[in-house]
Design a binder for this molecule. Structure first.
Ligand code: SF4
Length: 427
């Protein structure tokens, strides 16, 4: 585990510097329209109940607030259209985007009208896995539906508060079987390495997946940001990275029978084009909705996490941008190395075109390249850099640490919102 621990430590250290955002005057500096097609991420931060392990930006659902929010969101999308943005793929995530189907449908209609996008992906929860809801989404041109399952094990579902909200593992399984084949791609989001999860619990989850045969499965390691570490270890016990590594190899081996890896943690049958990580497949993307991130050029932008401020900014015709971080060329090159190879391969020519030097150049990512070559994590030929079977877990570790860094930033940004959260709850 020495190499794995070193990679984790290094990424944790780097992510802190990478994700140091600065304040941003949104009245002066809207991002410039990019030249090429851009991805669009839309965030719907409301859920029926809040899962204890979850560090996404989300609030307890309240109908009035959610309607006001959707209205503001549609204003934000119109501003990007007026600024000349051309949108390719669209990812609608949360929270629970399907929490108010009528509002979601109106928003997707608007997205079609404004941008004529390519593929659209929508996240949902098991209570929306019904013939009716899936048909509504498919009719709206949604090609990928991603369902948050986490586990089919009832002990785990009870522990993480999802059993009462979404039903038992076997109920969820039969709902999934009922809609199988109704959407182009149905992705199941799973989590592994819960401290109470045994090897046999994981094997049973994999057995259920083999029975259901969804088009795509994404297995995330349990990720806990610093602020919730204590609470989580009290609730579930301590996370073991040794177990994470063993479980990942089991997942990798079992899924390789029926699936091909699309990223280090997403496994797809053929023709399942989109994956959850739009940050991997897009060099630039716009983030719409409270708490979402966008990457335009070398700058990451973050929207305000406050729903109140979000709605107010849009009511006065301004983008709800709150903070930003501009990368140096070297930082951007390293970010590209990390993200592109999370998708398991990268064209050397594309990297050179973008940064003016080869990926092996010592002035950009040369040391990282050498390190991963020496430990057998990547393979380099004339045209391509590819992550090896062994190296896939190294990218899981790096992305885990990167996302924990993002979660830490979210937790800090949400600190002042506790009052707002309880106001929303009590309305
Ligand atoms: S895990 Fe999903 S349903 Fe649970 S609080 Fe987070 S976003 Fe909401």
């Amino acid at each position: 585990m020495f190499v794995e621990n070193f990679i984790g430590w290094f990424l944790r250290y780097k992510a802190k510097a990478y994700l140091k955002f600065e304040g941003f005057d949104n009245t002066l500096l809207p991002p410039n329209p990019p030249l090429d097609n851009t991805g669009l991420y839309v965030h719907i931060p409301f859920c029926k109940g809040l899962c204890p392990y979850c560090s996404f930006h989300r609030f307890e659902f309240h109908e009035d607030t959610t309607r006001i929010y959707f209205k503001a969101l549609r204003k934000e999308l119109k501003i990007y259209k007026d600024m000349g943005y051309k949108i390719g793929e669209v990812y609608i995530g949360g929270g629970t985007p399907t929490i108010m189907m009528d509002e979601l449908i109106d928003t997707i209609c608007l997205i079609h009208k404004l941008f004529s996008p390519g593929d659209i992906s929508v996240e949902t929860n098991p209570d929306h896995i019904t013939k009716k809801d899936i048909a509504l989404l498919v009719d709206m041109g949604v090609s990928r539906i991603s369902v948050g399952i986490q586990s089919f094990d009832d002990t785990i579902l009870r522990l993480i508060g999802r059993y009462d909200r979404y039903g038992s593992g076997s109920e969820i399984k039969s709902r999934l079987l009922d809609v199988m084949g109704d959407a182009d791609t149905l992705n199941l989001d799973m989590i592994y390495n819960f401290p109470i999860q045994t090897r046999s619990m994981l094997e049973t989850d994999l057995d259920v997946i083999e029975e259901i045969r969804p088009g795509q499965v994404t297995f995330y390691p349990l990720m806990v940001p610093d602020a919730t570490k204590k609470r989580m270890s009290k609730l579930m016990g301590k996370i073991s990275y040794k177990k994470e590594s063993t479980f990942y190899r089991i997942i990798q081996d079992r899924l390789s029978n029926n699936y091909t890896p699309s990223s280090a943690w997403c496994f797809s049958k053929e023709n399942s084009g989109m994956i959850d990580e739009y940050i991997v497949s897009h060099d630039q993307y716009v983030g719409a909705g409270s708490g979402s991130f966008g990457l335009i050029g070398n700058t990451i932008y973050s929207n305000t996490f406050s729903i109140k401020e979000y709605v107010e900014q849009l009511a006065s015709g301004r983008l709800p941008l709150k903070s930003k971080k501009t990368f140096s060329v070297k930082e951007m090159a390293r970010y590209t190395f990390l993200m592109n190879l999370f998708g398991l391969e990268m064209k050397r020519g594309d990297f050179k075109k973008r940064f003016g030097r080869d990926v092996c150049s010592i002035r950009l990512g040369g040391l990282e390249c050498l390190f991963f070559l020496l430990i057998g994590g990547i393979h380099i030929d004339k045209d391509m850099v590819r992550v090896t079977h062994k190296g896939m877990y190294y990218w899981v570790i790096m992305m885990r640490e990167f996302f924990i860094g993002v979660d830490n930033f979210r937790e800090t940004s949400r600190k002042d919102l506790l009052k707002e959260d309880s106001q929303l709850k009590n309305r």
